[in-house]
Design a protein around this ligand. Structure first.
Ligand code: ACO
Length: 349
């Protein structure tokens, strides 16, 4: 029994904000942002869009692909195919740090309702930028139980523009909005041996000692907003960039080494590494330590900046739709982020 990805999708807001656009408003420059992060642009949602809206669009695109629909999106036929495919979904897992609502309902439940996925259980995963990587393993676990669940939707979706202090040049240049999704299916392919397919291995870790390195300090039960309180800023992300940088380089290196060792594979066996797109420098530093050729590492941070839990499924969908993955290719995903959390998956396409 294998658990394979049979559809991928993404949704990115059309509004593109360049480094020069930001430099017109705050004290920064295209040169600084590119040289320190590799970021050139980010896509920012309009005021009426919530995380679930992007998640829904990405999920629909993944469902259409899973159903084998090759025409354009949005047509009557496309809607019919998507609605039918949604009926077959048993599990919806959505990784996000920027849910529609604090607490409940989960963003996954909103997506479940809008898709009409009536038989699906639905829940969010809070694992920061590692949310999608965690989500793949949780969904695989549920599908592996053999309780009649055959298909899962795993989504990473974020509206980071809502939790950014646009006056803080140390963080606001780093993030963007977006969503990515995959459809997983249980099938009869082997999950071991030379013909193995699908999600064959995951390794996940957490290190809560670093929880203060990246957090939304206000708004939760520890520091709630109080009635009558005048607030100067909404909920916004605070980050110790240097601490996260050091953690991230080690997280990428350790995860890749652990996965390769556990699986008995080497650098040459890997077709693509899809790392969380937080900072090109983090990835390049880790690649040097791993002696990993740069051309095996997929980077799209120049276009989208850091979309947290959405960055890996967006990258996976780009590679897939551009025909850059073929059957049998071995893909390593590597996530790291708030919590702190980190880990990765091995997927044989
Ligand atoms: N434009 C211009 N100057 C800036 C900017 C900016 N946007 N931001 C900071 N600076 C200045 C600082 O004020 C500082 O100036 P000073 O020396 O006069 O005080 C100087 O640049 C250097 O600042 P540092 O913070 O030391 O810059 P650093 O080289 O560490 O880069 C960065 C900062 C890019 C945030 C880096 O630490 C980093 O990438 N950390 C990893 C964090 C990360 O990727 N987070 C993403 C979210 S977490 C996640 O996804 C897991």
């Amino acid at each position: 029994m294998a658990i394979e990805i049979i559809g991928t999708g993404r949704a990115v807001p059309s509004r593109r904000v360049s480094n020069d656009d930001l430099a017109a408003r705050i004290d920064t420059s295209d040169e600084w942002i590119r040289s320190h992060t590799g970021i050139g642009n980010r896509h920012i949602a309009d005021d009426h869009t919530a995380t679930s809206d992007l998640a829904l669009e990405a999920a629909k695109n993944a469902l259409a692909m899973a159903a084998g629909f090759s025409g354009g999106s949005g047509s009557e036929e496309w809607n019919r195919v998507v609605a039918e495919a949604a009926q077959s979904i048993d599990v919806i897992i959505l990784g996000t740090a920027t849910p529609d609502y604090v607490g409940t309902p989960s963003t996954a439940c909103i997506v479940q309702h809008k898709l009409g996925a009536k038989q699906a259980l639905a829940m969010d995963i809070s694992a920061g930028c590692t949310g999608f990587v965690y989500g793949l393993e949780v969904a695989t676990g549920l599908l592996s139980l053999g309780r009649g669940r055959k298909r899962a939707l795993v989504i990473g979706a974020e509206l980071l523009s809502r939790v950014i202090d646009w006056e803080d040049r140390g963080t606001c240049v780093l993030f963007g909005d977006g969503a990515g999704a995959v459809v997983l299916e249980v099938n009869d392919a082997p999950s071991e041996g030379p013909e193995r397919r699908g999600l064959v291995r995951s390794m996940l870790w957490a290190d809560g000692s670093g929880s203060e390195s990246l957090l939304f300090r206000r708004g939760g039960s520890r520091n709630p907003f109080k009635p009558g309180e005048t607030i100067e800023k909404g909920i916004c992300v605070e980050m110790n960039g240097q601490e996260v940088y050091n953690f991230a380089v080690k997280a990428v290196t350790d995860t890749a080494n652990a996965l390769m060792q556990a699986d008995g594979i080497g650098v040459d066996d890997i077709t693509w590494i899809i790392p969380h797109q937080a900072n090109a420098r983090i990835v390049q530093a880790a690649a040097r330590r791993l002696k990993m050729p740069a051309e095996k590492i997929y980077l799209n941070i120049e276009e989208y900046a850091n979309t947290s839990a959405a960055s890996i499924p967006i990258a996976l969908d780009e590679l897939n739709r551009n025909g850059k993955i073929k059957k049998g290719d071995l893909i390593l995903t590597i996530g790291f982020g708030g919590g702190l959390t980190y880990g990765g998956n091995i997927i044989v396409w």
